[in-house]
Design a protein around this ligand. Structure first.
Ligand code: 5GP
Ligand code: MN
Length: 329
């Protein structure tokens, strides 16, 4: 990746008039933050922007909509008549939803990302795998793209950095993340407010999710794992499919190297999340199940198998990685 690539991305954006920016499936704070920040910066530069998300935007990130005149959710499921397609925080085109599979003639023009598993989703790519958040990548390159900051852009970027770093506590957080955050605070982002709304605050339903997750949790030789079935989600009245941070919490148990959470979405679809301590690469396990992500945080969505049949295979692969990595230490 050359610095020149940024100039090509800048030229491509300057040439475009109607830009579609995609959130990923089950959007997280980094996805929502990077889409809104880039979109707002491009709108400030006079572009028409379409905000695309196939899945609903979780309520905890909707405080960012207050920065939009009228406060309305700007996301729509599919773009209409765009001339440039951008995917921030997206490691493979299918993570944007069905759109690029259903329209093979439409390419991803620009991908800005931080996933180690990203092979180059776009015609033009800016991928910084050592960066803990796509929002941090965007924060660093916005000036080189000829785009400016504002209070709302800074707020969206800080939302992504806070949520993807678990509020500056992950192993990949470095001085640059803290400098980026400090700059964003200087530019108007309210760190307490964003941290509270996007990261810390939880609903009673989310507490229920944790309670069931803890009840089902098993710990075995450095591996903690748990399951939330569809029936359990329905009994709790949970309609969203995301994990409100439970896999991170399990991973913080003493002696645990890797945590895995299985969420049954339907009879033949399971969402898997992995978290790990340094020295244990869960991305390599996630890739075996057609997923991806980062060394310390990865995910996969497995279709066509019952969760009960899938679990032993996933645990075996994960344990094999733990044993091999422990031996290398
Ligand atoms: P989470 O466990 O929070 O859903 O995701 C952790 C990391 O794994 C994120 O960086 C996310 O991009 C990646 N990830 C989650 N689910 C999937 C998936 O289904 N496919 C791929 N390729 N990556 C995923
Ligand atoms: Mn991210």
């Amino acid at each position: 990746m050359l610095r020149d690539d940024l100039q090509l991305i800048r030229k491509r954006l300057e040439a475009a008039e109607n830009i579609a920016i995609f959130a990923h499936l089950m959007p997280d704070g980094d996805s929502v933050g990077s889409v809104l920040a880039l979109g707002w910066a491009l709108e400030d530069a006079g572009k028409k922007v379409q905000y695309i998300a196939q899945d609903p935007i979780p309520e905890r990130y909707q405080f960012l909509f207050q920065f939009i005149p009228g406060g309305k959710n700007p996301f729509i499921p599919e773009p209409v008549g765009a001339d440039c397609y951008v995917t921030p925080d997206i490691s493979s085109a299918d993570r944007a939803g069905a759109f690029f599979q259903e329209h093979p003639e439409i390419p991803v023009d620009i991908c800005i990302d931080h996933h180690v598993s990203n092979q180059g989703v776009g015609k033009l790519n800016w991928i910084v795998p050592e960066s803990p958040a796509a929002c941090e990548v965007l924060n660093a390159i916005l000036p080189e793209l000829g785009l400016s900051f504002s209070k709302r852009i800074s707020s969206a970027l800080l939302c992504g950095i806070i949520t993807d770093t678990n509020s500056f506590s992950n192993s990949n957080v470095c001085a640059s993340s803290l400098r980026a955050a400090a700059d964003l605070i200087d530019k108007g982002a309210d760190i307490f407010y964003i941290n509270h709304l996007a990261y810390k605050e939880h609903t009673i339903q989310e507490m229920d999710f944790w309670r069931v997750g803890m009840t089902n949790m098993k710990i075995d030789d450095g591996l903690a794992w748990s399951v939330i079935t569809k029936a359990e989600r329905e009994a709790m009245g949970i309609i969203t499919t995301d994990d409100p941070g439970f896999v991170n919490y399990m991973g913080n148990t003493s002696g645990v190297k890797v945590s895995v959470l299985f969420i049954e979405l339907d009879e033949l679809t399971t969402k898997i999340s992995w978290r790990s301590l340094p020295g244990y690469n869960v991305a390599e396990v996630a890739v075996c199940f057609d997923g991806g992500g980062h060394k310390a945080a990865s995910g996969a969505t497995v279709r066509g198998q019952r969760m009960t049949d899938l679990i032993p295979a996933v645990l075996a692969r994960t344990k094999e990685m733990i044993t091999r990595s422990s031996e290398q230490k």
